[in-house]
Design a protein around this ligand. Structure first.
Ligand code: PHB
Length: 390
């Protein structure tokens, strides 16, 4: 071959390779899923990963001609790690969407990266009201603490509980829960006699519960993140606080379906407000719970699982609608306003706030078919995040 022809052949080969590369790239759709798979919040990671994989198994991994690839990363619920992993997923792996976010600080640490890179960020777990305001690229499929807490503030006083002590984890969602529950309680003529905050990391509930016992309120309102509820329940019962006439109430995080069945009869009668119960009596939920359990050695899905499952749905539907064209902005636009029936009940993604609008249920722990469940007994329909109006 003459020198010129060799050169020509080389140029053609390089061009062919790079177009192959871009075909390969454009034929995959990558979702970077960042979750706490180890450490204090590991149950959240386990539940969401299981739900995301179930969604893909049920709906296929080729959508609009693209192969959907899930890239799972363990952030150990350390926000700096979440941020570094998100950066690597965006820059090196060129993911189309980032998703997951087990706790509020992880979501806040990552939000600026979503904005800078115009990458949709689907928050499947974290639930502080203001998260969605941290980036216009955030869409949330979990819930907000004000959504859940307000409903309970109404129920409490109507049911003769007037004096309440609040006990919350000392960070975003706990402070939201404390504030919105309290406001609603006072509006209804109730009273918070003491507001206690426990550290998020390695909390020791004992001294706080002892204090509550001494204060003898009508009820103790609790918010702790998913995974910590069983420890609170155990110590509440060990101190005989239920026998002393103190009712335990809270957002549904405390009677987490991941742990509830192991809490024992002491949990019976505990009233909570939340957006999801594994006992939600709808055909869609029955199918979801059965399939989830079958795919995961009998595991019961909790509210984190449903946030992950619905988050995958929001991503899949956006991909179907855009056929992968138009990048992050088009995907984001296709996520806004989605409306569908979730295992939790009807829900939609408010196009203005990008936050979830959903029913909030009042539930009581009961024994059903030999197992402890959060049995829904009332519903407040289509609740928007009350935090957004302020
Ligand atoms: C949060 O960090 O936002 C969070 C975590 C677990 C929950 C609720 C909120 O159960």
């Amino acid at each position: 071959m003459k020198k010129r022809n060799v050169l020509k052949a080389a140029v053609v080969a390089v061009a062919a390779l790079s177009s192959l590369g871009s075909i390969a790239q454009s034929n995959t759709f990558k979702i970077g899923l960042i979750l706490p798979m180890t450490g204090q919040q590991a149950s959240t990671g386990r539940q969401i990963e299981a739900a995301a994989r179930l969604y893909m198994a049920q709906n296929g991994d080729t959508i609009a001609g693209k192969k959907v690839e899930l890239i799972l990363k363990d952030d150990t619920s350390v926000p700096d790690v979440t941020k570094r992993l998100a950066q690597e997923l965006i820059v090196n792996d060129k993911v189309n969407v980032i998703a997951g976010f087990g706790i509020t600080p992880s979501a806040f640490a990552t939000a600026p990266l979503a904005t800078q890179s115009k990458t949709p960020m689907v928050v499947m777990a974290a639930a502080t009201s203001s998260i969605t305001e941290a980036s216009p690229y955030i869409v949330r499929t979990s819930f907000t603490l004000p959504q859940a807490a307000v409903a309970l503030g109404d129920w409490t006083v109507k049911n003769g509980i007037k004096k309440v002590v609040t006990l919350v984890s000392d960070y975003g969602p706990g402070i939201d829960a404390e504030k919105y529950f309290r406001e609603r309680l006072i509006l209804n003529g109730g009273q918070v006699t003491e507001a206690l905050r426990v550290p998020l990391r390695n909390p020791d509930f004992a001294p706080f519960l002892q204090k509550v016992r001494d204060l003898k309120p009508d009820a103790l309102f609790v918010f702790v993140p998913s995974g910590a509820g069983a420890a609170v329940m155990k110590q509440f019962l060990e101190r005989g606080m239920d026998k002393a006439g103190i009712k335990l109430i809270g957002t549904g995080d405390v009677t987490d379906d991941d742990q509830l069945n192991d809490m024992g009869d002491g949990a019976l009668g505990v009233v909570t407000s939340h957006h999801y119960s594994a006992a939600h009596p709808s055909p869609v939920n029955k199918k979801f719970v059965e399939a989830f359990s079958k795919a995961n050695k009998g595991m019961r899905p909790n509210f984190m699982a449903v946030g992950g499952y619905d988050g995958m749905r929001v991503i899949y539907e956006a991909l179907k609608k855009t056929k992968g064209a138009g990048g992050g902005d088009a995907l984001l636009a296709a996520m806004k306003g989605q409306i569908f029936e979730s295992p939790r009940g009807p829900m939609y993604i408010d196009a203005q706030t990008r936050d979830v609008v959903q029913n909030i249920y009042l539930r009581k722990v009961e024994r059903k078919d030999g197992e402890l469940h959060n049995v829904e007994f009332d519903v407040i329909k289509d609740v928007k995040d009350p935090g957004k109006a302020k």
